[in-house]
Design a protein around this ligand. Structure first.
Ligand SMILES: O=C(O)CCC(=O)C(=O)O
Ligand SMILES: [Fe+2]
Length: 289
């Protein structure tokens, strides 16, 4: 088998993407692909404070295997981030996984030429499926794979995130708990406890403002923010990954996730119109588990 790696390219057409990465399930980093977006040039704490100070946002803390959630106005949250980066105030929670373009549709205008042709036509209203992240430097999302076994296109708008990636096959060596989380810390692996874990397989890739990272279905990822970061992703299925997500019923996927995967499969097979599909699917965007 080829060594596990992440290709780094300067540009990619939709057909190259599908042929070389989506279909064979290989990760790729597209450098500078969205550098020219207004979002990449403007979004940050100052921008959000100025335009949407009263927007309520949920924030999360990842603490010893538990996720603790609260909500606050975006303006106050941005103040906390700025204070923390100045060396004042405590470590802020992480505004993690929110369907931003539903809450703030104006933002769509700042995403110039979104590459929606990288995804199946079912995602032509791509903005409905995006999840947003805003957080302080040194935020960590622990090792996991995405809960529906979707593919993930990750758009880095501001700051740098350090991703550590592992292939799905390695999940059995990483101290899995629940459906999709792992106890192993790939930045400081406990090689006595996880003796089967092959640390040389982990690939570290810095995703900078203006880059797009593609992680195929089932990729294990640990993510560290190196600065205050703004990002969003789109979790999407093609028929192959949707089938995989449906068959995961035999591997312990939660029934709710199975249900969302089944809906995606019907949609991709053109057996559900978008309006009906989205009515049933939209609960997923605030569920993500
Ligand atoms: O950016 C992060 O901290 C986490 C990203 C992530 O896990 C995802 O996009 O699926
Ligand atoms: Fe993820």
């Amino acid at each position: 088998m080829d060594k596990y790696k992440v290709d780094i390219v300067d540009s990619l057409t939709a057909s190259e993407f599908k042929r070389n990465y989506l279909k064979p399930g290989r990760p790729v980093l597209i450098k500078g692909a969205i550098k020219h977006w207004q979002a990449t040039q403007g979004w940050g704490t100052r921008y959000f404070k100025q335009h949407f100070p009263d927007q309520q946002v949920p924030v999360k803390r990842f603490e010893k295997g538990n996720i603790i959630k609260e909500a606050m106005p975006l303006g106050d949250y941005c103040d906390q981030l700025d204070a923390y980066e100045r060396g004042e105030g405590e470590f802020p929670a992480y505004c993690h996984d929110i369907p931003i373009f539903h809450a703030l549709p104006e933002l769509k205008q700042e995403i110039n030429d979104f590459p929606s042709n990288f995804m199946p036509i079912a995602y032509s209203n791509w903005w409905k499926y995006c999840q947003f992240f805003l957080g302080p430097s040194q935020s960590v999302t622990p090792l996991h794979f995405d809960c529906l076994l979707t593919h993930n296109l990750f758009f880095q708008i501001k700051g740098t995130k350090r991703f550590t990636l592992l292939p799905y096959e390695d999940s059995r060596h990483c101290g899995r708990y629940g459906w999709r989380w792992f106890k192993l810390d790939p930045e400081q692996p406990d090689l006595q406890q996880y003796a089967q874990y092959d640390k040389d397989k982990a690939v570290v890739v810095d995703v900078e403002a203006g880059d797009i990272l593609f992680m195929p279905s089932g990729t294990l990822h640990h993510v560290r923010s190196m600065d205050t970061c703004v990002s969003f992703n789109i979790d999407f299925h093609n028929q192959h990954s949707a089938w995989r997500g449906v068959k995961a019923l035999y591997e312990g996927i939660p029934v709710t996730n199975f249900y969302y995967n089944f809906l995606c499969l019907l949609r991709l097979m053109k057996l559900l119109p978008e309006r009906v599909f989205f009515r049933l699917y939209k609960g997923y965007l605030n569920y993500v588990s």
